[in-house]
Design a protein around this ligand. Structure first.
Ligand code: ATP
Ligand code: MG
Length: 178
């Protein structure tokens, strides 16, 4: 299918919806039988509904989880260096996937946040952008997207929190938040 030059999309900001919007594109794209992959930085070791949904969605759109949960929160017993090593491995996987001719779309979930938290460098993201196939659409999610990444992107959306149930003490909900 001829789809023209690839786009770079960034979903950033402090409000909810960065990952779910990217999942929405994956859902939409599989309707055209497009091929792709979502690589989850950071959150990999936890269960998310999408892990199961991707199995049912279409074998052409894969989910690769390669992280060990958020860094520095209460149940995080992993040394920072270990988080860094795993994030670096995810960067290497991403580099392969953006050059894989089979892929139409690659989603790098939480990669902006991984760079902000110094698990990876901003240069890692710029390198991925530089080497990606020309026709590949690349979606980068996570808060605190770096200005140099924003500068290179075609479509940048900032999710702005107006309200979040969490602030009323309502914890993350199955099917809504994970
Ligand atoms: P989602 O996966 O729901 O689209 P997100 O990708 O925009 O959220 P993340 O920073 O990845 O945001 O959020 C991880 C988890 O925290 C998700 O369960 C999400 O629903 C929740 N969350 C997102 N934004 C907020 C917020 N402003 N306050 C509290 N919790 C949030
Ligand atoms: Mg997210």
């Amino acid at each position: 299918m001829k789809r023209g030059d690839g786009l770079i999309l960034v979903n950033t900001g402090g409000g909810k919806g960065k990952t779910t919007a990217a999942l929405g594109i994956a859902l939409r794209a599989t309707g055209y039988d497009l091929h792709g992959v979502m690589i989850q930085f950071i959150k990999g070791s936890w269960f998310y509904g999408e892990k199961k949904s991707f199995e049912n969605l279409n074998p052409n759109f894969k989910l690769i989880t390669h992280g060990k949960g958020f860094v520095g929160i209460i149940d995080d017993k992993l040394p920072f260096e270990e988080h860094k090593k795993i994030a670096q491995e995810a960067v290497e996987i991403a580099k392969k996937e953006v050059q894989n001719k089979k892929n139409d779309i690659v989603i790098l979930d939480e990669i902006n946040y991984a760079a902000h938290g110094k698990l990876i460098s901003v240069k890692d993201i710029l390198d991925i952008i530089k080497i990606k196939n020309k026709s590949l659409d690349l979606i980068l999610t996570g808060n605190y997207a770096h200005s140099s990444v924003i500068a290179l992107a075609d479509t940048v959306t900032e999710m702005k929190e107006i309200k979040h149930a969490y602030n009323k003490g309502k914890l993350a909900k199955i099917g809504i938040d994970f």
